[in-house]
Design a protein around this ligand. Sequence first.
Ligand code: WTA
Length: 635
Amino acid sequence: MSNYHIKNFEEYYLIYRKSLRDPESFWEEVAEEHFLWHKRWDKVLEWDFKKPDVKWFVNAKLNVTQNAIDRHLQTKAQRTAIIFEPNDPSEPVRYYSYRDLYHEVNKMANVLKHQGIKKGDRVCIYLPMIPELTFSVLACARIGAIHSVVFAGFSSKALATRIQDSECKMVITADGGYRGEKTIDLKGIVDVALETCPSVETVLVAKRTGETIKMQKDRDKWLKPLTEAALGECPAEIMDAEDPLFILYTSGSTGKPKGMVHTQAGYMVYTAYTFKNVFQYRDNQVFWCTADIGWITGHSYIVYGPLLNAATTLMFEGVPNYPDFGRFWQIIEKHKVNQFYTAPTAIRTLAKENLDYVLNYDLSSLKILGTVGEPINEEAWHWYNNNVGKKKSPIVDTWWQTETGGVMISPIPFATPTKPTYATLPLPGIQIALMDEHGNEIRENQVDGRLCVKFPWPSMARTIWGDHERFRETYFSTYENKYFTGDGAQRDEVGYYRITGRVDDIIIVSGHNLGTAPIEDAINEHQAVAESAIVGFPHDIKGNALYGFIILKEFGETRVHDNLRKEVNQLIAEHIGPIAKLDKIQFVPGLPKTRSGKIMRRILRKIAAKDTSDLGDTTTLLNPEIVQAIIDGAL
Ligand code: WTA
């Protein structure tokens, strides 16, 4: 029995127990057998959740790209590493073998070096889902630069905030990007962002859409001539196990986005391990994760996890409904995809279309289906199971977070019996705790609680870039000696976990995490707005949608409110991006507040969900009369 590859349920239990009994030798074995190290660790783990301070594979030296690329060249150089499926199905597919990938990444790494990027420098990558995105990520890792990928749907203000926070020296972008029928002017967005980003010295521009863009002299350079001139070999920088590998921003419930910092060795070991087991990947299969590399799912399961296992990973540039709603199924047939990993919101979108879109394609290559990003409702689970998996492909409902780096709770296909809406059991090495409202760990089954992790795992984020105190406060101060996830969960009679959703002010809309505070800040910039509060409400497709309660400076004013609604959403699009637009906006005379001035969101959530029969205790409100007024005006 190998720790690295769990093949049945009995093995899962044995390996899981071993990982509890002696986590250090468990991870040591995995690390020893499956990776290339320049220097071995002195110690597997050092940790203290109070500070917090966590180190895995202490003093080990390595380079992640040598593990993800170079070591496959001996026997698998010809194997396809990346299949690039363009937005437009009539454009040719591009295939990159491991040898091609090696050269592309090395050339790009040399370009970065020539442009003055050194180990530890931050490079912001703002690219559409084209191969250059993967090359850029790995080129940074090759030379020890820290990549910070920003999803190319974020606005210039959101991009600027992220570039400023980590003081990136370079931005890698494209002239434009395709998304279905739309073309997005990425370079234009970067130009606006850079007006307020003095740290950026160089902008590298990949050519994708070919439209005319402005190039700023000395700062902006086309990527292609530079890579063409660069050498195809670049020595891999030897990194310490705990050097940062990347920063990835995620929404906070207050304040600016949090730059989660992931480090080299732990992230490598854990993403490789989870990819292998959660997707039961076998040689020569084709794996497809539909996420964007701008999110953690793309980092871990389009780029790092698959490539570390010498897998073939598919990168799709487009969207599920272009040219029509059959696009995902057509791609599965075309490339004979074996593992398909997507988000519940995509499943719900596609499930509401004509079933012929699915039935028209041969999906018999599929072996495993996955979901991630938000709770999957029972109806969507069954639709996916019946129509896509034809009841033959197990569904892995994988729970994890940007902060956790890799999948934490998930069935192991063909081992763990699945149960709709349940992420089931923790993976080896993951020690879950459910906490009650008094801060005590609940030991029994058939309970509801707050989801925590009580022992370190290799790919946990180590800090928030530039703000370790915020890291401590957000994740390690709620419960003593535990990492608090911000999620609620249930444990059933056999110990299976079901994630019920966020218990903080983060709302997951179509699988995207959105903090309420930054949206409220954007709205409050409108000159007519006095105050606002955002809550989520259930939505058939998006899971949650946003409902804004807005107090105007002059409530009685006769301005056309529809215009104001548009302006508010426009402001949100400018500050964050279109994903954060409000579905409903209600102008209200006041907001329910506690005596200490805190908005009671619990009540607003009920009003937004049209569930006002029992509003709970409202006696602590400063202004209880406002509640009825809001209910009367609800949309
Ligand atoms: C939610 C995405 C239910 C959860 C990898 C978590 C889920 C947040 C699931 C992290 C799931 C993720 N079931 N909820 N299978 N997976 N979530 O950082 O609320 O974008 O805290 O990472 O998504 O989102 P993030």
